[in-house]
Write a protein that binds this ligand. Structure first.
Ligand code: UD1
Length: 421
């Protein structure tokens, strides 16, 4: 297995092009299940998660053409299977979202339950409730969801008890081909949801209100093919912005949607880094001196993203004072804290709250990546640390960051990938 080795303590200087959003790309890939015409996705990130999703779609009978470029072509005129097996779904939770589209088009589907993950139990009860509201009959058998909808899905009113990105997207993917109107209340408002709705609408779906809490979907009989460009990855952008803020230096990020990180920029500025924005780029600059402590609370969009919590905490570990980091979305998302402590951080976790007492510096150490975003926080800490940091289990990183060592290397980071001994 590979590990990432970083010789830290050098500021970052340069430019990084941000890729298409992983979290959008994998849901967009599922739209090919809703049409017998070809779907072309551009600005696609090349990641382990998109490869896992491609593997699952191929298993279902979709032709997937993903070369070396950022274009992916998907074509599933006829599915050869309506079953998504455990071995393929467990590799990537979000692939569970193929259930709704298969059900919508074929009126029957069998999809493995995804199981838990490092950041908590992550149930899919609200996905299933939404599909049941649309008229699906759901049974659970030996770890599989067996769903059927004789005569097709039927529009319904669905109220989510709390905001869930996955279930909102899943309901949208199913309701586009349902008979009649569906209304989603308390829907998630993430940019990836708007991206999915834009793509579906370009295929002939009738979705209005995506990006707001109330989404209306007027079901249509069929959807056509589409060419769609994946929205820029706000989490990748936020991670590199925080890398520059944590390690110091001057980094310009290109191909971003700066309005999608409205909750991050003021906090980086409050901590003492300079943030210069226009619509599609941002320049982050931080010179000498320690950052100021800033508290952060994760929230559903447009609040501060949980996927940047670990990276923001790494930044605050070097602050001149105490900051509080509250995780409100996932129950177990502080796995990075003991690893940061190995690098000299002083963090106390109580329930969903972490008290971060700033220290003067990180010291390089061998650490272990525990999940995707935690891995990114260890990279950022390693870039700022005195000495060498070895990060093992980098397969987590490869799930969601395209060529991280190349992109950071372009900014002068001394980072390489080596075989683990
Ligand atoms: C998505 C993102 C993930 C991000 C998260 C929150 C993808 C592939 N992943 O995950 O990177 O961290 O949004 O922004 O897009 N829940 C239930 N029952 C359900 C569904 C969710 O209890 O049926 C709970 C979850 O356990 C969690 C909360 O709701 O505590 C929010 O989860 P959700 O917004 O659904 O996250 P994901 O879609 O899994």
């Amino acid at each position: 297995m590979d590990k990432i080795v970083i010789e830290g303590g050098f500021p970052l200087n340069g430019e990084i092009r941000i890729s298409g959003a992983k979290n959008s790309a994998i849901k967009l890939m599922a739209v090919c299940l809703l049409t017998d015409e070809p779907v072309t996705l551009t600005n696609m990130p090349r990641l382990r998660d998109t490869r896992s999703m491609a593997g699952l779609l191929r298993h279902l009978g979709v032709e997937v053409d993903a070369g070396e470029s950022d274009v992916m072509r998907l074509h599933g005129p006829k599915l050869s299977s309506t079953t998504a097996p455990y071995d393929l779904v467990r590799k990537m939770r979000a692939s569970f979202n193929v259930l709704g589209p298969i059900l919508a088009r074929h009126h029957a589907a069998k999809v493995s339950l995804p199981g838990g993950c490092a950041i908590g139990a992550r149930p899919v009860d609200l996905h299933l409730k939404a599909l049941e509201s649309l008229g699906a009959k759901i049974e659970l058998e030996e770890g599989y969801v067996i769903a059927s909808a004789k005569g097709g899905l039927v529009g319904a009113e669905i109220t989510f008890p709390f905001v869930t990105v996955g279930a909102t997207e899943h309901a949208m993917l199913a309701a586009v081909l349902a008979k009649g109107e569906t209304v989603l209340y308390n829907a998630a408002r993430e940019p990836e949801i708007v991206d999915l709705a834009n793509c579906l609408n370009a295929m002939g779906a009738k979705i209005s209100g995506a990006g707001r809490s109330e989404v209306r979907i007027e079901g249509v009989k069929s959807l056509s093919g589409v060419e769609h460009s994946v929205v820029p990855d706000r989490i990748e952008a936020g991670t590199y912005a925080l890398a520059a803020a944590t390690a110091g230096g001057s980094v310009r990020l290109r191909n971003i949607r700066s309005d999608h990180l409205g909750a991050l920029w003021p906090l980086i500025a409050q901590a003492g880094a300079k943030v210069s924005l226009d619509e599609t780029t941002v320049l982050i600059e931080r010179g000498g001196g320690r950052p100021k402590p800033v508290d952060v609370d994760t929230m559903a969009y447009p609040g501060f993203p949980t996927d940047l919590q670990a990276q923001f905490m790494a930044f605050m570990c070097l602050a001149d004072g105490v900051s509080i980091v509250r995780e409100n979305i996932f129950e177990n998302r502080f796995m990075h804290c003991p690893e940061l402590a190995r690098m000299g951080a002083d963090i106390t976790v109580t329930g969903r709250e972490a008290i971060v007492r700033g220290v003067k510096e990180f010291r390089g150490a061998p650490v272990m990546a525990t999940d995707l975003r935690a891995s990114a926080c260890l990279i950022n800490a390693g870039l700022a640390a005195r000495g060498e940091t070895h990060i093992s289990r980098v397969y987590h990183l490869d799930r969601g960051f395209e060529q991280i060592e190349v992109k950071l290397g372009q900014c002068g980071a001394r980072i390489s990938r080596q075989a683990d001994d």
